[in-house]
Design a protein around this ligand. Structure first.
Ligand SMILES: Cc1cc2nc3c(=O)[nH]c(=O)nc-3n(C[C@H](O)[C@H](O)[C@H](O)COP(=O)(O)O)c2cc1C
Length: 381
């Protein structure tokens, strides 16, 4: 692979290196994937305002988020099964994030558990779903707090999972093609020897680390998935926020808000932040893109709630567009997953370098040297 110059190069690297089943898992969205495409095309359609004759010799991308300084307004989003993309993948990505000075968020359904990540780096942000088994959920919250995870990302857009046709066809989480020994799966693995060596042979265990004790006999995704889907709590309402608050004194960020009315309710419940997100186009297909949903939400909550955004962010220019539309920072999902799959820790580090360099260029050419000053005037509306 020639040196990747952009996130789309990392996507191509991931496509070559991963078995099709795993590439489809990362790359795909739900149903007809309309929202997945919209996340990207709506960002593309947004025009920046080019300005000239401004002294841009000194530029800064640094911000402060939830009381911590970071090098740029970027957070690595929670990605389930990151450890299937590269050996102990969450640890590699968290290391790259730490070196680049940005937070890493560990998914509930990560392969590495929170202690493995916290031993290798500073404690990650921790993402949790509302689990029916409150005892188990409470214990996870206690562990995250004791480990020193600085921020809890509480994902609320998954009371039921959206159907992802690619995963269903590939039998990733069940169905007739599920057996790891099916000829198709074996061939898929054998035709990707670098992944086979790095992850399949040397990256074990492939359990969902954080919830491994809940499903002691499970060895892979297909065996964990029934527990996970049975445990998504369909009774989740705003009343449950107080239950979490009692157990989590630190910053609480609600992930998966797409509507201004919900954002107002989140503010009323006293959350510290929210992520305007459609789960990367993996839940309800046909909803608004993250970037389109963002401005009314930012207006609705003002400065009382820290508004983050994700969905389709593939470059530093996209980050600047999101900030101009009202976000304080962006979560990067597939961008880091592709980089990790293509080149491991080195890939994630280089992807973050690329995104920061793009951001610096965007600041220079929009004539705004300090990223904290980016606002709607940066857009050509
Ligand atoms: C492969 C994959 C796995 C994901 N797993 C989780 C997860 O475990 N928890 C969660 O809150 N969001 C999860 N998401 C959603 C991301 O956190 C994020 O919202 C989304 O990827 C942003 O869109 P982008 O990929 O276009 O950047 C996942 C997304 C992908 C692509």
């Amino acid at each position: 692979m020639t040196a990747p110059a952009s996130v789309s190069d990392f996507r191509e690297g991931a496509r070559r290196r991963l078995p099709k089943l795993l590439f489809d898992y990362v790359d795909g969205g739900s149903y007809a994937e309309a929202t997945l495409r919209r996340n990207i095309s709506d960002l593309e359609a947004l025009a920046l305002r080019q300005r000239v004759m401004v002294d841009v010799s000194q530029r800064s991308t640094s911000i402060e988020l939830f009381g911590h300084k970071q090098s740029m307004p970027v957070v690595l989003a929670p990605i389930g099964m990151g450890g299937m993309l590269a050996r102990r993948g969450e640890v590699q990505a968290a290391r790259a994030a730490q070196a680049a000075g940005v937070p890493f968020t560990l998914s509930t359904v990560g392969i590495c558990d929170m202690s493995e990540v916290a031993q290798a780096t500073t404690p990650p942000w921790y993402q949790l779903y509302m689990l029916r088994d409150r005892g188990y959920m409470g214990a996870l919250l206690d562990r995250a707090r004791e480990l020193g995870c600085p921020v809890l990302v509480f994902t609320v857009d998954l009371p039921v999972p959206g159907t992802r046709y690619r995963d269903r066809r590939n039998g990733l989480f069940g169905g007739s093609n599920t057996s790891a020994l099916s000829p198709r799966r074996v061939l898929d693995g054998l035709s990707h020897p670098a992944w086979l060596w790095d992850v399949h042979l040397n990256g074990k265990p492939h359990t969902f680390g954080n919830i491994a004790s809940a499903v002691p006999d499970a060895r892979g995704a297909a065996e964990f998935w029934p527990w996970v889907t049975n445990n998504f709590d369909t009774t989740l309402t705003w009343d449950h926020i107080s239950w979490i608050r009692e157990r989590w004194p630190g910053p609480l960020v609600l992930k998966g808000v797409l509507d201004a009315e919900d954002a107002r309710e989140a503010k009323r419940c006293g959350v510290d932040g929210l992520v305007v997100s459609n789960h990367g186009g993996r839940q309800l297909d046909g909803v608004l893109s993250g970037i389109k949903a963002l401005p009314p939400i930012a207006d609705a909550v003002g400065d009382d709630v820290t508004v983050l955004m994700d969905g389709g962010v593939r470059s530093g220019l996209d980050v600047v567009k999101a900030l101009a539309s009202g976000a304080k920072a962006c979560l990067l999902g597939r961008a880091w997953a592709f980089a990790l799959a293509a080149q491991g820790e080195k890939g994630v580090a280089s992807m973050l370098d690329i995104v920061r360099a793009e951001m610096l260029t965007a600041l220079a050419l929009t004539g705004v040297p300090d990223i904290r000053d980016v606002n709607r005037s940066v857009l050509a509306l």
